[in-house]
Design a protein around this ligand. Structure first.
Ligand code: CA
Ligand code: CA
Length: 222
């Protein structure tokens, strides 16, 4: 009797373990995801007072009724301008809040979202305040299905960088080290052994006194 119980218990354990395994295996492919697009926004043209826009998307969801997420970024580099709903079909409830370097969204729908391909939910426009780099950190994400059960998912951040072109080593400040990089490549041109395209800050194919002057003129900038 005891032996039968033991075997039954063992079988139950095996079944549980196997089902667990099956679930994990099934999730690996096409796992639910919430992500920021584009993955990175990089360029020196994103000067202070210009705008950037990114999108918050979901994909691989079969029953998504409500979700919440937070987005944080360096408030000295980016500040909030506006957001727009891109997907508002069957929208039930929308709550949004923001503070310096911080946004949160709470969205619920009357009909569950089903999509394999990326679906854009909202777009967010931020104003560039300064030069530098910052993660556009998507965190505290919660995706719930029709039963209110959390949906296992991954969250993918965005990234922004608009480093000063005169900050050649991209350490956040134009200083003596950037001058030194120009000095080391001074007199060089493409094909020259000391050629360094980063030191040719005006992109004219020569590292000369003009590049040195430009870096010197921006000395101390960050
Ligand atoms: Ca530097
Ligand atoms: Ca040059």
């Amino acid at each position: 009797m005891l032996e039968i119980l033991k075997i039954a218990l063992l079988e139950w354990l095996i079944v549980t373990v196997m089902f667990g395994f099956v679930n994990v295996a099934a999730m690996g492919e096409g796992e639910a995801v919430i992500f920021i697009e584009p993955e990175s926004i990089v360029g020196t043209d994103y000067k202070p007072s210009t705008n950037i826009t990114f999108y918050v998307n979901v994909a691989n969801v079969t029953d998504l009724l409500s979700l919440a997420f937070n987005i944080t970024y360096a408030y000295d580099i980016l500040s909030f301008q506006e957001f727009n709903l891109e997907y508002y079909k069957n929208l039930g409830n929308l709550k949004v809040g923001q503070g310096p370097g911080y946004l949160w969204f709470n969205l619920s729908y009357n009909t569950a979202i089903i999509t394999d391909v990326p679906l854009t939910l909202v777009n967010v426009t931020l104003i560039v305040q300064d030069r530098g780099e910052t993660l556009i950190d998507l965190h505290g994400t919660s995706l719930l299905n029709s039963d209110g059960t959390p949906i296992l998912h991954t969250a993918v951040d965005g990234y922004f960088s608009n480093f000063n072109p005169y900050d050649i080593n991209q350490d956040g400040i134009v200083d003596i080290w950037d001058i030194a990089i120009v000095a080391m490549a001074f007199g060089s041109y493409p094909g020259h052994e000391r050629w360094n395209p980063d030191a040719d800050v005006n992109d004219d194919g020569y590292v000369d006194i003009i590049d040195m002057t430009l870096v010197a003129q921006h000395f101390g900038e960050y």
